[in-house]
Design a protein around this ligand. Structure first.
Ligand code: ARG
Length: 450
């Protein structure tokens, strides 16, 4: 088949090396969908008679059924999913020899991949939506739960745990935009671009584009077969998403440690140690974090692949899908398992409060108290700084100070009324801040945006 200018078959070692069946077989359904649209179009423009088109279409349906029922085994000697399907079609229906009229595998690969990727991204988008709604639910569950907030892993200020969950809501909401952007870079249909320059045959690109649910045909046939920018857009989403996941996992892993113990992970999501019976390991979180490198690596892989490629299609591009699948499968699995885990995470409020210790996380509150009394902030900062040093030397908490000791430090003892973590959170009543009332508003706002 397809011998043409060659006197010899491709060597077996070359077939094995050049085949892409192991990567592209999973797109068989999208490929057949594309071929059906193509054949309908050929029937409409007169390149095939209506009867020929109908026969080829029904042959394609039969190939699809055979694959779905496990009755057809593709062969690497036919290189890829596209040739395997065409070859099987032609065995069933000799008119299959007309299917590839006005089409190249270059525009076919581009079309099939977009169709496949589009449907995977639509499904990912649903999964992501689920993650977002679990984060809002968690925010609601934990609005009134207080934990220490950190910068530099130093106790900074008390925050509402609900506020913490919403910080991830914001990050993943932006990821949703990136995912939508990736989808929006796949709205044009490359079918009809041919090998690179279009075709002399009378085709209707608008028709195939519409049949396949694209918005319009691609505008430039060269770019149609050369471009993988839409994959990079997906990789950008995936890498950013995984970085967010990874950081979230690090927080939860830290808070699951005996030293912090702020959170309680569901037993079903943890594993034991084969040697140390006391352990409850956060393996799911560690693995999600650990898989991040692969997803970033897949993006780098494609960037490097494309870097020096001339216009237009080059066989290097056949390698574009390996990392794409790896990344899609990883992101999908990670979203689903992390969403399920998050829905069951609990906070140990007492331990979280105990975590404040003598952490002096109310120091800013005292400085701001002085500011309200008219002290310039820099001065207030220095006063409270000296107070903290004084307390550390004596191993005292702010709460241990007597009214005289407050006054000795130049601070009115009425400051004691505001010196609780609950009061501190409540009083951060600024737009976007951690104040309970603000967090409630942010939750309502988040629900609306969902
Ligand atoms: N298996 C190839 C791929 O997936 C099909 C395209 C081949 N095109 C070509 N000009 N050899 O990219």
């Amino acid at each position: 088949m397809w011998h043409g200018r060659f006197k010899h078959d491709t060597a077996k070692i070359v077939q094995d090396f050049t085949q892409s069946l192991d990567i592209d077989w999973r797109m068989y359904e999208a490929d057949i969908q594309g071929s059906i649209a193509h054949v309908k179009m050929l029937g409409k423009t007169g390149l095939l008679s209506p009867d020929e088109a109908a026969k080829i279409e029904s042959g394609l349906h039969q190939v699809l059924a055979e694959i779905q029922e496990g009755r057809f085994t593709p062969s690497v000697s036919l290189e890829d999913v596209h040739m395997n399907i065409e070859s099987r079609l032609t065995e069933i229906e000799p008119l299959g020899a007309k299917l590839h009229t006005a089409r190249s595998r270059n525009d076919q690969v581009a079309t099939t991949t977009r169709l496949y990727l589009r449907s995977r991204l639509q499904s990912l988008s649903n999964d992501l939506h689920e993650l977002l709604s679990v984060l809002v639910d968690n925010a609601q569950r934990h609005v009134n739960v207080i934990i220490p907030g950190y910068t530099h892993m130093q106790q900074a200020q008390p925050i509402s745990m609900g506020h913490y969950w919403l910080s991830w809501f914001e990050a993943f909401r932006r990821d949703e935009d990136r995912l939508k952007f990736a989808l929006s870079s796949m709205t044009d249909c490359p079918l009809g671009a041919g090998a690179l320059a279009g075709t002399t045959l009378p085709i209707d690109r608008g028709m195939t584009s519409e049949l396949l649910g694209f918005s319009r045909p691609t505008r430039n046939s060269l770019a149609s077969v050369a471009s993988r920018g839409y994959m990079l857009d997906y990789h950008h989403f995936a890498s950013t998403f995984m970085i967010h996941i990874s950081r979230l996992c690090t927080d939860l892993i830290t808070w699951n440690s005996q030293e912090f113990a702020f959170i309680v992970l569901p037993d079903e999501f943890c594993t034991g140690s084969s040697m140390m019976p006391q352990k409850k390991n956060p393996d799911v979180l560690e693995l999600a974090r650990g898989k991040t490198g692969q997803v970033i690596g897949n993006m780098i892989d494609l960037l490097v692949n494309m870097k020096g490629l001339p216009m237009t299609y080059n066989r290097d591009l056949q390698e574009d899908k390996r990392g794409l699948w790896s990344s899609l499968d990883t992101v999908e699995a990670v979203i689903r398992v992390i969403t399920a885990l998050l829905a069951k995470v609990d906070v140990d409020e007492e331990k979280a409060l105990a975590g404040f210790g003598k952490g002096y996380s109310l120091a800013t509150d005292i400085a701001e108290f002085l500011v309200m009394k008219g002290t310039p902030f820099r001065e207030a900062h220095a006063i409270v700084g000296r107070l903290v040093a004084w307390c550390i030397e004596r191993d005292m908490a702010f709460a241990d100070l007597t009214p005289e000791q407050w006054r000795e430090h130049g601070i009115d003892e009425s400051v004691m009324e505001i010196l609780s973590v609950r009061e501190s959170v409540k009083r951060r009543d600024v737009y976007g801040g951690t104040g309970f009332a603000q967090v409630e508003k942010q939750i309502a706002d988040a629900r609306e945006r969902l």
